[in-house]
Design a protein around this ligand. Structure first.
Ligand code: MG
Length: 390
């Protein structure tokens, strides 16, 4: 029986503060939603993963999920319930037997909890993970206690919530048809349609990131773990030069910068990205960029240099390494680099799935000295520090 998973990231999530919704904040060097999606994509019993995103979040989502094998995201509805229904509807073509619905803002979901929900769906039509309540519970609707609640029958519930696909699809369609739109989880939609919902053991680590404090704490926890597991710290350097020829722009860190000339080279001649690629390769003890992409090979003619950086990144990932920081200095008399540094950083951060705060891009002239001072070309110097497991 095939299993689909809908990952719901429809909310604006602005309670966590900042300019973008919390599911796109970086924790441990990756966006929250990427951790969550990877947990499901890598699970051996999940066959199809369908993201649901907020309106206008297409570009954020694209950047956060670069390189992941995912279908086109569905745009969510007016509330969580609508977003879930649209995600479930998008899975109809795959005809799954079971479906899991999970909050993108719960990145600490374990493979064990996913497996437990899927397995229990062999015996029940609806299964959700829950945690028993440890504290004493009081019922106090107006601030004064009316009674003490029997906590033995109370649960904190989590996601992924699992269902027989046809049953939850029908329940959601009925709720929408009858104008019942206030349900805050899918179990409530199941309850509304009379489906018995079973609780299995959740995991206290599977918490939902709601506030900016939650996001900061999650980042510290994941970063500390990533760093502790990679104590082998290495630094690499990369240096590159390209001369100018007739043209109308230069490409630096993947950003086209208008200029009266362009850089001459076999590829797009992105001198900054070449230096950076060599710095990462150097930190790994690998050969240089020309070894992996010989200039004599016609297939790299005019190539975007992001291909070269992706290769270095792939070699780093194959060794389970992470980048600690990048420091890049560009030498040029012209064009002026300063106004483009933010866009260049953003591009590198996206290509390397790295926090922009770990990337420095600086530019200097040579005070008209030498070949660069005579505007014959540009140079770039890069250092990269990486961390590897032992
Ligand atoms: Mg080069």
């Amino acid at each position: 029986m095939t299993v689909a998973a809908v990952i719901v990231a429809g909310g604006s999530g602005l309670r966590a503060g900042g300019a973008k919704p919390k599911q796109y904040h970086l924790i441990g060097g990756k966006p929250v939603i990427r951790w969550t999606l990877e947990a499901f994509l890598s699970h051996p019993h999940v066959d199809h993963v369908q993201p649901v995103i907020g309106e206008g979040h297409e570009e954020l989502f694209r950047q956060a999920t670069e390189g992941l094998a995912l279908p086109k995201p569905v745009t969510g509805g007016a509330n969580r319930q609508d977003s879930c229904r649209l995600g479930i509807e998008a899975c109809v073509a795959h005809a799954p037997g079971k479906i899991l619905i999970h909050d993108a803002a719960r990145p600490f979901i374990s493979a064990g909890v996913i497996s437990a929900v899927i397995a229990e769906l062999d015996h029940a039509e609806a299964v959700i993970p829950g945690l028993p309540v440890a504290d004493t519970m009081k019922f106090a609707p107006d601030g004064f206690i009316e009674k003490t609640v029997d906590r033995g029958s109370m649960w904190f519930v989590q996601t992924p919530q699992g269902f027989s696909f046809e049953r939850i699809l029908a329940a959601h369609r009925r709720a929408a048809r009858e104008g019942q739109g206030g349900f805050t989880d899918d179990a409530a939609v199941a309850e509304f349609d009379g489906i018995p919902v079973k609780i299995v053991a959740g995991d206290q680590h599977n918490r939902k990131l709601t506030t900016s404090i939650d996001v900061i704490a999650a980042d510290r926890e994941l970063s500390a773990r990533l760093f502790a597991e990679r104590p082998d710290i290495r630094t690499g350097q990369g240096i590159d030069f390209h001369v100018f020829e007739a043209g109308d722009h230069v490409t630096l860190c993947g950003v086209a910068i208008p200029h009266t000339q362009k850089l001459k080279g076999h590829s797009d001649a992105d001198v900054a990205m070449h230096a950076l690629t060599d710095a990462i390769l150097g930190a790994l003890g690998e050969r240089d960029i020309g070894h992996f992409f010989p200039p004599s090979d016609p297939q790299w003619k005019g190539a975007a240099s992001s291909i070269f950086l992706a290769k270095a990144s792939e070699l780093l990932q194959a060794r389970r390494g992470i980048i600690s920081n990048i420091d890049l200095t560009i030498l040029a008399e012209l064009p002026r680099i300063g106004p483009h540094i933010a866009a260049m950083k953003e591009r590198l951060a996206s290509l390397l799935a790295l926090d922009p705060a770990r990337i420095a891009i600086k530019a200097t002239t040579t005070e008209t000295m030498g070949a660069i001072g005579r505007k014959e070309g540009m140079a770039a110097f890069a250092t990269a520090t990486v961390r590897l497991p032992l």
